[in-house]
Design a protein. Structure first.
Length: 585
């Protein structure tokens, strides 16, 4: 006799009653016992693959999560989905697959859960888009859910006495340093032999990129929003303690089934505000401005780019992490992790404490169990922050009526306003070639258009271009705007998510070479010195969106379905349009 009443659980459709004898015969074929068949069935989903270090340890952690489910009288059913790893996809056509993979992850997890009538979900993810994709599936299905991050990579370091430039010696290295090293090699300040030394040591273990790039940003979000157990995201991937958090997550999901606490009970409007706070105060990735609206969309909550940026604006930046700061995810973990950061936000009255979490207790109750204080090195006390406003800023103006976003963490105030002539590029490759060939001028505003979700298609990240600029020492001497995205590792005055995108006829499509553009992160504006009349005249002459080479397949389908950037670049109507809930079928 199971301790759970399955009469209202989805798995009753495949395990209960005489009509389900054929289904049960399949379960017996896999070695399941009668007791296991009649327990709740818990999907344990991972994005495991051999594409990159971000995902390589997820399989091991999934086994630990399954142990936790079993220990709490549940029956785990493991399955995998895809992931596209940005570090490998970066800088070439493969990057077009990245954002579209977020939707594919959410869709495939949903279809697997629905098709097999699983009652709950433990989801493990390691690289950028797989984190929001997995959490989107949890919110879409609205089942008891616990998210587990695969953990960050250990920092690298050049061997003592190795022949590398002084800037790379005797300090922690991340993949960001490798992208910037390409710029150094291109401008002659690093040899190819030195580059080869660094590439062998920069990424020494399993795990996702070590700075506060997109993966670690969304891992912090998983804790702040309540889907991940507190402190579960901090330990690096190789640490054995990751397995203990995975096991605890398996136990936790069974508790959620028992208490009938589902993903949308956790992911409320207030929880999304908590999530945006942690992005701001840690100087997190601009991609959070895309992923948080997409996650909220699954719950039918209007939480758009402007809402995210409003929270960024009045949140102090007080966690000193790369790329704008000095430290990596392992350092934050050793300083007490996300709970220390959330407690600092709580002390400043910037946290909704009553929000439910995956433990069945509120985030305030969970934080009461964590007594570590800000160390003043990695985590500053909230009353003496690095800067008084968040490390990520929203911009609006006649060049971005639907908004745009820029990371200013670590950027001095005098560099947060930039005025210069537009240097137009119709795609990322053209801009990268201009950087390689040094065919640009100090003071230029790079405009890379036709890289939005529909126009790219796929809204590519531009790390190769921005990192090469930084490597050439030009990161603060030029600015860059795009309807595409930037990596969480990008630094410099780089404005992404400009909306409407060029393919949808946004003002960025109408810019001409030499137009004077003003970017002001202090005032939150992005404008071009063109009158409304001249802009209207240009619109009548616009020949429409650039034709792409993607005329069929997944990217064509994505471009055809994707919506506005400020709403998260989503591909379906979302929670507001629902006519049923999966759990209630």
């Amino acid at each position: 006799m199971t301790k759970f009443d399955k009469s209202k659980l989805p798995s009753r459709h495949v395990t209960e009653g005489p009509a389900r004898a054929p289904h049960r015969s399949y379960y017996y074929a896999m070695g399941m016992t009668e007791e296991e068949i009649h327990q709740p069935l818990v999907g344990v989903a991972t994005c495991w693959n051999e594409a990159a270090p971000c995902n390589i340890s997820l399989n091991r952690q999934a086994q630990a999560a399954k142990m936790g489910v079993k220990a709490a009288s549940g029956t785990p059913r493991e399955f995998t989905t895809i992931t596209v790893t940005d570090g490998i996809a970066m800088g070439h056509e493969g990057m077009r697959s990245s954002l579209a993979s977020r939707e594919a992850i959410a869709d495939t997890v949903e279809l697997t859960m629905r098709g097999h009538c699983y009652d709950a979900l433990v989801g493990l993810a390691g690289c950028d888009k797989s984190l929001p994709g997995m959490m989107m599936a949890m919110i879409r299905l609205n089942v008891p859910s616990v998210f587990v991050y695969g953990g960050s990579i250990l920092p690298g370091r050049a061997p003592e006495g190795a022949s590398v430039p002084a800037a790379y010696a005797d300090r922690d290295l991340t993949v960001q340093d490798m992208f910037e090293a390409v710029g150094h090699q291109q401008n002659g300040t690093m040899t190819e032999a030195e580059l080869e030394i660094l590439e062998r040591v920069a990424c020494p273990s399993a795990g996702a990129c070590g700075g506060q790039f997109t993966a670690n940003t969304m891992a912090c979000v998983s804790e702040a929003i309540g889907l991940g157990l507190l402190n579960s995201s901090g330990a690096p991937a190789p640490f054995e303690s990751r397995d203990e958090y995975s096991k605890a997550s398996g136990i936790a999901v069974m508790n959620l089934i028992e208490k009938n606490i589902r993903a949308r009970d956790i992911c409320t409007r207030e929880a999304f505000e908590n999530a945006a706070r942690i992005v701001a105060c840690t100087g997190g990735s601009t991609n959070a401005g895309l992923h948080l609206p997409a996650m909220a969309h699954e719950a039918g909550i209007d939480f758009f780019l402007e809402d995210v940026c409003d929270i960024f604006r009045d949140t102090p930046y007080f966690v000193d992490l790369k790329p704008g700061g000095q430290y990596v995810a392992k350092d934050l973990y050793e300083a007490g992790g996300v709970p220390v950061v959330l407690n600092e936000l709580r002390r400043a009255g910037l946290l909704h404490e009553d929000c439910m979490t995956a433990t069945g207790y509120s985030i305030g109750e969970e934080l009461d169990k964590h007594t570590l204080k800000a160390d003043g090195r990695v985590v500053y006390p909230v009353e003496t922050p690095i800067t008084k406003t968040g490390g990520v800023v929203g911009l609006k103006g006649n060049l971005a009526p639907e908004g745009a976003i820029v990371k200013v963490a670590g950027m001095a105030a005098q560099h947060q306003r930039f005025v210069g002539p537009a240097r137009i590029f119709e795609c990322e490759q053209d801009a990268f070639e201009a950087v390689q060939n040094r065919t640009y001028s100090e003071g230029d505003v790079f405009v890379i258009r036709n890289e939005g979700p529909a126009g790219g298609p796929g809204m590519r990240e531009m790390l190769a271009t921005t990192a090469a600029l930084s490597g050439q020492g030009m990161g603060l001497k030029v600015a860059l705007i795009t309807d595409g995205r930037f990596s969480g590792a990008t630094r410099g005055f780089c404005v992404g998510h400009v909306g409407p995108e060029a393919a949808h006829g946004g003002p960025i499509a109408l810019l001409q070479q030499g137009d004077i553009i003003t970017l002001d992160a202090v005032e939150g504006t992005l404008d071009v010195d063109i009158s409304d009349e001249d802009m209207a005249a240009r619109r009548t002459e616009w020949k429409g969106p650039r034709e792409t080479i993607y005329a069929s397949g997944a990217l064509w389908k994505y471009a055809d379905q994707v919506g506005e950037i400020y709403k998260g670049a989503v591909t379906h109507p979302g929670g507001k349009a629902e006519k049923h809930e999966y759990w209630d079928l």
